[in-house]
Design a protein around this ligand. Structure first.
Ligand code: ATP
Ligand code: MG
Ligand code: ZN
Length: 306
């Protein structure tokens, strides 16, 4: 890629690569007074975005045979209330949909919110299903919205999440969720030599006490995969165990007998793209696309060799 020779104008974001990509019109920022809303990717950079998302889906296609589905942007507020979202994750304030575009036009909190995660759509889709199975995988890509104002160029109000949701027998969900996450880490490791994994504590269920936080940490209920970015580490994906919280609240599986459990493996595509591109020679999206194809081919031959 041509690297601009003229000095990069001082943009609102500190990251030199982002300024460079803006100069090349491969990326534009969507901003308002409170900070960065999100990114628009153009041309070859959008192709790399799609290649990355497509590679994640391809990586798991043969082994997990995920059923794919689409998502809406809006989610019923009630669905989030029923799983205790507002109590348990107060650190993720949501964007309520303004009344003028909400269906009910009534005063008070809107009946709809902008979806903060993709897996709620999966659970909503399966809600009330009267079947039990050993293990099934579902996948969807959704635009997610979280109002967490920050000066960071990677904490967006609107971002894209690719999720894989595993539902089934409690032990299988844990063991296959773990191997899925490990496979993703290995794949990313082929694209970047400094990928790391750590336990995280902003888990969904349990009380918000320090003791519970430590217990959750020790149990490894949430694990994150991180890639260096701007002198720090950036969480580009996570593996979350939900036990039977979502399957119970959404009524997934027949009454009676042990409840099915669920887990999700989720990736933030904007963060992944930027962190991988930062390591790619010349910050060249076409080069990154080629690297993604090679890494995917290597990953699938590694699976076949085992
Ligand atoms: P963080 O620890 O950075 O707040 P998270 O634990 O809240 O992330 P998850 O809920 O696990 O994130 O979402 C899965 C992935 O979605 C994250 O690993 C990250 O790549 C991406 N993601 C989460 N929040 C944002 C955001 N505000 N902007 C961009 N990407 C995000
Ligand atoms: Mg967060
Ligand atoms: Zn999820």
């Amino acid at each position: 890629m041509r690297v601009p020779t003229s000095p990069t104008p001082a943009g609102p974001r500190p990251d030199a690569m982002i300024d460079e990509l803006r100069d090349l019109r491969l990326l534009s920022l969507v901003e308002n007074g409170t900070g960065l809303i999100g990114y628009r990717f153009h041309g070859p950079l959008f192709d790399a975005f799609e290649a990355l998302d497509g590679a994640l889906v391809a990586l798991f296609r043969e082994e997990y045979r995920p059923t794919a589905h689409s998502c809406t942007t809006l989610l019923e507020r009630e669905a989030l209330e029923s799983i205790g979202f507002f109590d348990k994750l107060p650190s993720i304030p949501l964007h309520a949909v303004p009344h003028e575009i909400a269906a009910d036009q009534s005063p008070g909190p809107s009946a709809w919110v902008l979806s903060p995660s993709t897996c709620y759509h999966t659970f909503g889709h399966l809600s009330g299903i009267d079947e039990r199975w050993d293990l099934r995988c579902f996948t969807a890509r959704g635009v997610c919205h979280r109002f967490e104002p920050s000066a960071e160029s990677t904490r967006l109000a609107s971002f894209t999440m690719r999720e894989f949701v595993l539902i089934g027998d409690a032990d299988l969900v844990v063991s296959r969720g773990e191997s899925m996450f490990e496979q993703a880490v290995a794949f990313l490791g082929r694209l970047h030599d400094d990928v790391s994994v750590k336990k995280a504590s902003d888990v969904f269920y349990g009380e918000r006490s320090e003791v519970t936080r430590r217990v959750q940490l020790a149990r490894g209920v949430k694990r994150e995969v991180l890639i260096p970015w701007a002198g720090d580490e950036l969480a580009v994906g996570s593996r979350n165990l939900h036990r039977d919280l979502f399957t119970t609240v959404f009524g997934i599986g027949p009454n009676g007998g042990p409840a099915m459990h669920s887990a999700c493996v989720a990736f933030g595509i904007e963060r992944l793209l930027l962190a991988l591109l930062a390591r790619t020679e010349g910050h060249d999206p076409e080069r990154l696309c080629a690297l993604i194809s090679t890494a995917l081919a290597e990953s699938s031959s590694a699976v076949h060799a085992t």
